[in-house]
Design a protein around this ligand. Structure first.
Ligand code: F0G
Length: 466
């Protein structure tokens, strides 16, 4: 046998634990077409038509590929108005894997946030949490509450490689409770992987400490379980004592340290639509299941079709398989490592659901008032048809009391990876486009906002070149 002429592999790769049975065509476009499309969309990637997008990394929400087992379950939808068997399957699955006694279905995560905020928050209340999320904070504010960020300071520094940037600053939490008074703090809001920090996890050690501290004051802990499986993966990989634990066991332990959860099933749970509230307190359940009838639908469907509840139940099972989550996060790390190796400023460590570009570091010539992250997302789309999302000042919106714009320390563009949808070759195309835009960064110009909606402005705001 002749010796090999090319370099031999020095590693053994992993691959996705599935093969592809159905495909959906995507189309490339010309630079001219994309320039026109992004201008027509007011330089807001939310306002692009999906058909004009080549690789869609806007969000991992509702964009995952369902399995054959989930699709088979869709055919078993029991569309009775009341008491659908799919609801009971969902309820059993949540009880088994998350451990909550009661389940209130909702059409998606913000439906659960709305019900919970109405049930628990009274005007003047303070809700501490490990960094804000857009819809979560808005529902807290609409119920008369005020969100206070108690995440550790490292979370606000894109380059800090703390392994658990979603951790709570316990001293700060203590101070917030002391100043507000425990009676004014209805719950502490804890996200499993912090979206706005770049998909960063909280450690079990820290969550236990939060539980202990809040228990002393009789304050509830409510988890945002939207990406809890991804958080569990980081605990398994990084936290001492958990390397031998399954993702399912870690998820259950995290839930056991809380009094309830809000869930957007559109992420971890691998469905296109759905959500729920998980609760333990019977009185709170009564209140929530009454409110859900007003705002979502009967308490055995909450805005979902029976088939959707079946897909959620099956998706939860699949989301907790170790080989699934390793490949899911592994694909995100693949893209993140590529960009990092090429010297592109990203949030480190790489998060669970996407790679976050540090727009301030990438485009230092654009002032904050001209929304560098919004401009970067538009430039990336124009370059290659890759759609990303702004996660900076536009997303942060305005302070409800002063009306001033909020300029968070993180001005990011999120390349969000849908689950089980794209291949490694897609990731290469994305990485190369980011590199090209970075190389030509002087050409990217800032933006001026020409239309600003009142709520969650990032979804519908329009811009023009400044
Ligand atoms: N909580 C977190 C952490 C989220 O990321 C989201 C949605 C929600 C709650 C609300 O859930 O969309 O089902 O109403 N995040 C999407 C995103 C929109 O793109 O990150 P929803």
């Amino acid at each position: 046998m002749n010796p090999p002429t090319k370099a031999v592999p020095t590693r053994r790769s992993w691959a996705e634990p599935f093969r592809i049975k159905v495909v959906e065509p995507v189309h490339t476009s010309t630079r001219e077409q994309r320039d026109r499309a992004i201008a027509a969309a007011g330089y807001n990637t939310f306002l692009l038509r999906s058909e004009d997008v080549y690789i869609d990394l806007l969000t991992d929400s509702g964009t995952s590929a369902m399995s054959d087992w989930q699709w088979a379950g869709m055919m078993l939808g029991d569309e009775a108005y009341a008491g659908s068997r799919n609801f009971y399957h969902l309820e059993e699955t949540v009880q088994k894997h998350y451990g909550y006694r009661y389940v209130v279905p909702t059409h998606q995560g913000r439906g659960a946030e709305h019900i919970l905020s109405r049930a628990l928050i009274k005007p003047g209340d303070v809700i501490p949490g490990n960094m804000y999320f857009t819809t979560t904070r808005l529902h807290q504010e609409l119920a008369g509450g005020r969100f206070v960020d108690v995440v550790i300071p490292q979370a606000h520094d894109p380059g800090d490689e703390h392994p658990f940037k979603g951790n709570v600053d316990l001293e700060k939490l203590c101070t917030v409770i002391g100043e507000a008074g425990a009676a004014q703090v209805p719950y502490v809001s804890i996200a499993g992987t912090v979206n706005m920090a770049g998909g960063q996890p909280i450690s079990l050690e820290n969550l236990k400490a939060v539980r202990e501290l809040t228990a002393r004051h009789g304050i509830r802990v409510i988890l945002d379980a939207t990406r809890l499986a991804e958080n569990a993966y980081f605990i398994q990989q990084r936290e001492e004592g958990y390397s031998h634990c399954s993702i399912a066991a870690i998820v259950k332990e995290m839930c056991s340290l809380s009094d309830g959860c809000t869930m957007s099933a559109k992420k971890d749970a691998l469905v296109n639509i759905g959500g729920f509230l998980g609760l333990n307190d019977p009185a709170l359940y009564d209140e929530a299941s009454n409110l859900v009838v007003v705002y979502e639908g009967l308490h055995t469907y909450g805005g979902m079709a029976g088939r959707d509840m079946e897909a959620v139940a099956r998706g939860i099972e699949e989301s907790l398989h170790d080989d699934h989550i390793r490949a899911r996060v592994g694909q995100v790390l693949y893209l993140g490592d590529m960009l990092r190796d090429w010297g592109i400023p990203i949030v480190l460590p790489v998060g669970g659901h996407g790679v976050f570009l540090d727009a301030r570091a990438m485009l230092p010539h654009i002032p904050r008032e001209q929304y560098p992250a919004q401009a970067l997302a538009a430039a990336l789309y124009a370059d290659s048809g890759v759609r990303s999302m702004e996660r900076g000042a536009v997303s942060a919106g305005r302070d409800p009391t002063t009306g001033d714009e909020r300029f968070p320390s993180l001005e990011l563009v999120r390349l969000t990876i849908p689950r089980r949808v794209y291949t490694q070759a897609h990731m290469d195309v994305v990485g190369e486009s980011v590199y090209y835009v970075f190389r030509e960064r002087e050409r990217v110009r800032g933006l001026r906002m020409t239309y600003e909606p009142r709520y969650l402005r990032f979804f519908q705001a329009r811009f023009e070149p400044a």
